[in-house]
Design a protein around this ligand. Structure first.
Ligand SMILES: *Cc1c(COP(=O)(O)O)cnc(C)c1O
Length: 403
């Protein structure tokens, strides 16, 4: 039997009906700008921020135009200046080093561990060698490192941690929500993440001054008292004349779409993890293939899955992905020579100082990645896993024949 999958790896679910109704109400009254409110009205954006602060347990939350904007804003708000070195993962997505570059700072990439998290031994060594004071930690593809050890390393060295939680909204480490370990956590609401407003992002923190600066930078003008999850006015008094406006606000239309999705998020996480479990169970015994082990101290969100073909050559992986694609299974290969679609390799970002990360290269050379949209059923995931498993077996067969 030659099974084929015919679903779409980029098709998300529709916006919930309540979100569509709330969006229609915003379109009808026309007050899309977050500070455009009538007497006594609380804007959709202000309410969303209040709900997101409660969701993460943060004192303060700010909704902004994108995840990348949230990261750049957080870097500026914690005091990163042009010329500063900012440590980050060697394996992440382009907006992460891009946010560092947008502030005029220099990214310095850290090696990748077997489980795709930041390599904590290399982090320690690079902090010492560079004397960097900032780490932009990317929980790439939802893989959480040992956050207790990471924070101990960074606290001991006086390194401020900003978390990129684009793939960990709804995840946690030892019961602490992702984004709540460092000084600030940044999230994305872009279509392929865990909530979908097309574009959008959040920044959370317990640090009042950081959040007052971030709020003014995001474009609040002197209207910050219309926020419901911002620091008190006296904190703004200290920063309002010396903080530039770098507009990147969320608008009420997107906030209206997001609010019901935030309510649904815990159920969505369970749905993703059921699909992930079906896929992982199907891949676990495939020959020549290794799944990425998840640390049981973390609760992750299985919105994508990664696996490695550690023994395969480039030519073999090219053939493997082509054969999977012919059967409807779209895999992204991080070891391809040229960057394609969304780029995730440190050597694609040539505005950064050139670096050689041997372990990251080795891991990415055999690393494959697949999205798991919620429009897939659990049965779809089992079918996809069977296709991959059979192609992995065929690959082994061809390799054995070639001797
Ligand atoms: C998507 C993403 C971002 C940034 O999000 P945008 O909203 O697209 O700017 C940051 N980090 C990672 C790892 C991402 O995947």
């Amino acid at each position: 039997m030659f099974e084929v999958f015919d679903g779409s790896f980029t098709q998300q679910e529709p916006i919930p009906d309540e979100g569509i109704a709330a969006a229609m109400a915003v379109l009808q009254h026309g007050r899309l700008h977050r500070y455009n409110v009538v007497e006594g009205e609380l804007s959709e954006t202000a309410l969303l921020e209040q709900e997101f602060a409660a969701f993460t347990g943060a004192k303060y939350a700010l909704a902004v135009a994108s995840g990348g904007y949230a990261i750049g804003c957080a870097l500026r708000a914690v005091g990163v200046k042009a010329g500063d070195t900012v440590l980050s993962n060697g394996f992440t997505l382009a907006p992460v080093p891009g946010a560092i570059a947008s502030v005029g700072a220099e990214p310095l990439f850290v090696e990748t561990a077997e489980n795709l998290t930041i390599d904590l031994d290399d982090l320690e060594a690079q902090i010492e060698a560079s004397a960097a004071k900032y780490l932009l930690l990317s929980h790439m593809r939802g893989h959480l490192c040992d956050m207790d050890r990471l924070m101990a390393i960074c606290d001991a060295a006086g390194v401020a941690v900003i978390e990129d939680c684009a793939h960990t909204m709804g995840a946690s480490w030892q019961g602490v929500p992702s984004g709540r370990h460092g000084v600030a956590g940044c999230y994305s609401c872009q279509t392929y993440k865990h909530v979908n407003s097309g574009e959008g992002g959040f920044l959370v923190s317990d640090d009042a001054e950081v959040m007052a600066r971030a709020t003014i930078m995001s474009g609040s003008y002197m209207l910050y008292e219309r926020h419901l999850a911002a620091p008190p006015p006296e904190v703004f008094e200290q920063v309002k004349y010396v903080t530039p406006n770098i507009s990147g606000r969320m608008d009420n239309l997107r906030a209206a779409i997001l609010r019901p999705q935030l309510v649904k998020l815990p159920a969505q996480v369970a749905a993703w993890n059921a699909r992930y479990a079906a896929m992982e169970a199907g891949l676990r015994n495939a020959p020549g293939l290794s799944v990425i082990e998840r640390d049981p101290r973390g609760v992750f969100v299985g919105s994508s899955i990664q696996f490695r073909l550690p023994q395969a050559t480039s030519a073999e992986i090219n053939e493997f992905t082509a054969r999977c694609a012919a059967r409807g299974v779209e895999l992204k290969w991080f070891g391809a020579a040229e960057p394609k679609a969304f780029t995730s390799r440190y050597d694609s970002w040539r505005y950064a100082r050139p670096q050689a990360l041997a372990r990251t290269d080795e891991i990415l050379s055999g690393l494959l990645d697949m999205r798991l949209p919620l429009t897939f059923s659990v049965e779809d995931c089992a079918l996809i896993a069977r296709i991959i498993q059979s192609e992995a077996r065929a690959l082994q067969g061809r390799a054995a024949l070639a001797g």
